[in-house]
Write a protein that binds this ligand. Structure first.
Ligand code: KIV
Ligand code: ZN
Length: 508
């Protein structure tokens, strides 16, 4: 790898998954891992195996399936059983890394670890050596590095490298750093750690001050060659550095940084959509790179400039990030050929049977809405993809409500090939009535944590996208539904979440 290559270390499945309400099951993690491989990330941090049997299983499954296409990494504290568990989960990966961490800042030493500096050094050496005996590729993170005394940070990093660490990650665990400060931290390590050239310096920035991406770029400027980041900036509290922003900043400002990544940027938008769909964490409309408005030019003066020459106001092209926003594409009279072309350009591969099914869905949609946008087509594809594994299917429903009337919902559901079931419920509004009758019919008792609705394109006939988050046995489950009818989208979202719960219950 050239000295100018930036290693992209994705931690969506570990740090990202740690954010409240974003937990994923193994099947969902495998879907994200596949998208990350297609995106071209160098390293996938797949989880924290000691945390739970589910975490172990997910890391193991990802290691087995994708360990030949990316380096699969597992996290461990500086404890023997953590390290051994990480190594066991990674056993079948062709390319693997163990990532161990230990806090070094005075605040963490005093209040969390109750350890003195020499004990921290000893623990670091002992743990890196233990991990090194099990895996060649070792990353060490002095947790809360950005608040650690610089001389002590240099000492820990030097010892970790001597013990065998091949990457030293410098986390800004609490999002305290600012770009100039973080630059200085990395620069100090480069200038003062005698063996620093034997390891790659990595950044890991949290976004509490909204500076995670800026800090990561400052670190690259100082000489860091790995960036840890997550899709959509997912992560604890305000999140981690957003992968899509870091990558596009490096690509767009190649003139300045002179650094590249091996990310296929046309996959950024679809990957963002997938992660948002699976975690239920929606992307704000004006989010850089992957927000729905990221490429919208509303102001007349901008539109005028754009018509003369796109470069007047556009620093990236929507197609560079695989953006499938509101660009008008097809209508009722578009033939199969044009539809197939459009699907290919959206980077989906469908076999003939799936294509025919989708084309029929498209024709039905064209009857309901005049303009069909790329986002509508993506929603159709995603809906079909989830439908194949669903257990319960909506046959028909009716829901009504209003002032001084009793809100009711009547639903017919079918489970596989069994005789359909019909149920009716009243509720505090039609959505509540729908939720109650669906729980009753599926026999799944869940409580609702979140409900969000938004339109996926523009115009009065735009399709509604509903996200719901349900809780069951202290776990969260997300469901997504799309339809031109908001109540139907709601029913579909509930059914998709209830199906996930039903599928997760032992013996079902
Ligand atoms: O933020 C942090 O310090 C971490 C470490 C485990 C690297 O996530
Ligand atoms: Zn973190």
């Amino acid at each position: 790898m050239s000295d100018k290559h930036i290693v992209i270390f994705d931690t969506t499945l570990r740090d990202g998954e740690q954010s409240p309400g974003c937990s994923m099951n193994t099947k969902e993690k495998l879907q994200v891992a596949e998208a990350l491989v297609e995106l071209g990330v160098d390293i996938i941090e797949a989880g924290f195996p000691i945390a739970s049997p589910g975490d172990f299983e997910a890391v193991q499954a990802i290691a087995r399936k994708y360990g030949d296409q990316a380096v699969i990494c597992a996290l461990a504290r500086c404890r023997e059983d953590d390290i051994d568990r990480a190594a066991a989960a990674l056993q079948d990966a062709q390319q693997k890394r163990i990532h161990i961490f230990l806090a070094t800042s005075s605040i963490h030493r005093q209040f969390k670890l109750k350890m003195e500096k020499p004990e921290i050094i000893a623990k670091t050496i002992e743990s890196v050596q233990r991990a090194k005996a099990l895996c060649d590729n070792i990353e060490f993170s002095p947790e809360d590095a950005a608040r650690t005394e610089l001389d002590f940070l240099c000492e820990v990093v030097e010892k970790a490298i001597t013990a065998g660490a091949t990457t030293v990650n410098i986390p800004d665990t609490v999002g305290y750093a600012t770009p100039a400060h973080y630059f200085k931290v990395i620069d100090t390590l480069i200038k003062n750690v005698p063996n620093i050239k034997q390891a790659v310096i990595s950044t890991h920035c949290h976004n509490d001050l909204g500076l995670a991406v800026a800090n990561s770029l400052a670190a690259v400027e100082a000489g860091a060659r790995q960036v840890e980041c997550t899709i959509n900036g997912l992560g604890e509290r305000a999140g981690n550095a957003a992968l899509e922003e870091v990558v596009m900043a490096l690509k767009t400002r190649y003139d300045y940084y002179g650094c590249d990544t091996k990310i296929n940027t046309t996959k950024l938008f679809p990957t963002s959509k997938l992660v948002s769909k699976i975690t239920g964490m929606q992307v704000q409309r004006n989010k850089a790179i992957v927000g729905q408005n990221a490429f919208a030019h509303e102001a007349g003066i901008h539109q005028h400039g754009m018509l003369q020459d796109r470069s007047t106001y556009e620093i990236m092209r929507p197609q560079d990030v695989g953006f499938t926003g509101t660009n008008l594409v097809l209508g009722k009279h578009s033939g199969r050929h044009a539809f197939r072309d459009r699907i290919n350009s959206l980077h989906y591969q469908l076999d003939d049977a799936a294509f025919e099914q989708l084309f029929n869905d498209f024709i039905v949609l064209c009857d309901k809405k005049k303009n069909v946008y790329d986002a509508d087509i993506v929603a159709l594809i995603e809906h079909r993809a989830t439908e194949r594994t669903d257990l319960w299917k909506l046959v028909r429903f009716q829901a009504s409500g209003g002032t001084r009337t009793i809100a009711t919902a009547t639903v017919e559901l079918q489970f596989g090939k069994q005789t359909p079931r019909i149920g009716i419920s009243t509720g505090d509004g039609p959505i509540d009535a729908l939720f109650k009758v669906l729980c009753e019919l599926t026999g799944v008792q869940a409580s609702q944590q979140d409900y969000q609705v938004r339109s996926i394109s523009t115009g009065e006939d735009a399709q509604a996208e509903v996200h719901v988050t349900l809780t069951h046995s202290q776990q969260t489950f997300h469901g997504l539904g799309v339809s031109t009818d908001t109540l139907e989208a709601t029913a579909l979202a509930y059914i998709s979440a209830l199906n996930k719960i039903a599928g997760s219950e032992p013996g079902e």
